[in-house]
Design a protein around this ligand. Structure first.
Ligand code: ATP
Length: 353
């Protein structure tokens, strides 16, 4: 049984179509992430799921009960949905324990105490009951905000850019911690972010929105390796799109030479395509005839990321173990080695394969 189901939702503000035909599904206990550039409609969609925004077309179901349609809106407080917003303000005059138990007013004081203890343990802040928000770091405050949303055991949790005010390192750590916490609690959650790393660290399913459309809803692995639209590949990042033409033999004439891949067998000969080249598709190879000059080197821990310019002017990215340092300006041989070859037609959508 799906916990959350969105069916072809449309939302407009006057003449502006902000959400265009979005469908997605989350099963019980799954974590979903919506990615996309600023203004693409992510928050509007979350607000509609929470019941703060009506729809013109489509429907939203939670636990197989329709909560939103064009002529029906179940009020937010009857949806069993918890929310954590970007500006997660804790109540400054309440201590940590009272902040966490704020949404549990109907529970007995013993139940409330037990839940607060349990959640403080889970978020790694046992004994913080009596602290006030101003006595906590940003990361601690964010964990408390999350505990507050989890306290009433919502069936569905919506998180809108919950880590955006934190620095990158803390953000990454919290994303992993929060995933573990949600999994332990068995909570179904939908998170909005524009940080791809955060989405990959947290999500079972993720999608990229663009101008109100959900271009793809898939596992993070599929989004990265099998983007169904150029814009998804662009947004997920670290890729270069090159042009080529498919041969009748199922190979691709390209600026990297002739590329062969089973996926090309399905595409008609003579079709002009663009194809995605990621750093993991390009391997340094001193013997290769494809050569270029190293323009930049970036340290990535285990690997260095090199930007290499070919004589045609095309720039490619490649990774190489960081203990073997190559100099900027050096000549380097490269080999294209595609695990998945992702090709897009002129309409920017993925070709079959
Ligand atoms: P960000 O990442 O910047 O938060 P977002 O993807 O969450 O962006 P939304 O907040 O959903 O984007 O906004 C989508 C578009 O809808 C924006 O152009 C915004 O100005 C517009 N919009 C949102 N709410 C309203 C409203 N109540 N009335 C009119 N326009 C609105």
């Amino acid at each position: 049984m799906s916990r959350l189901q969105l069916d072809k939702i449309h939302i407009s503000f006057g003449a502006a179509h902000i959400v265009n035909g979005v469908s997605l599904q989350l099963e019980q206990g799954e974590i979903g992430c919506l990615l996309g550039p600023s203004g693409c409609g992510k928050t509007t969609l979350l607000r509609a799921i929470a019941g703060f925004q009506s729809l013109q077309v489509g429907s939203i179901s939670i636990d197989n009960n329709t909560v939103s349609e064009s002529n029906k809106t179940v009020p937010p407080e009857q949806r069993g949905v918890g929310m954590v917003f970007q500006d997660f303000a804790l109540f400054p005059h309440l201590n940590v324990a009272d902040n966490i138990s704020f949404g549990m007013r109907k529970a007995s004081s013993t139940e409330r105490r037990k839940r607060v203890d349990e959640l403080l343990d889970r978020i790694g802040l046992p004994g913080y009951h009596k602290r006030f928000p101003h006595e906590l770091s940003g990361g601690q405050q964010q964990r408390i905000a999350l505990a507050r949303a989890l306290a009433p055991k919502p069936g569905l949790l919506l998180l809108d850019e919950p880590f955006s005010s934190l620095d990158a390192e803390l953000r990454e750590r919290l994303a992993v911690e929060v995933r573990e916490l949600l999994k332990n609690e068995g909570i179904t959650a939908l998170l909005v972010t524009h940080d791809q790393q955060e989405a990959f660290a947290m999500a079972d399913k993720a999608g990229v929105m663009y101008q109100g459309e959900l271009l793809q809803w898939d596992t993070p692995y599929q989004l990265y390796h099998q983007p169904r639209h150029q814009l998804v590949a662009d947004f997920i990042g670290h890729g270069v799109l090159l042009q080529g033409t498919v041969n009748t033999q199922g190979s691709l004439a390209s600026p990297l030479g002739m590329l062969e891949h089973p996926s090309l067998m399905q595409v008609a000969g003579g079709t002009p395509v663009s194809f995605l080249v990621r750093p993991d598709d390009i391997v340094p190879d001193p013997e290769s005839r494809l050569r270029g000059k190293i323009k930049a080197r970036g340290f990535r821990g285990a690997h260095n990321l090199y930007t290499v310019q070919l004589s045609s002017g095309i720039e490619l990215l490649t990774l190489s173990p960081s203990h073997e340092v190559l100099d900027v300006g050096a000549d380097i041989g490269l080999r294209a080695e595609f695990d998945h070859l992702v090709v897009f037609a002129a309409d920017h959508c993925e070709l079959p394969g």
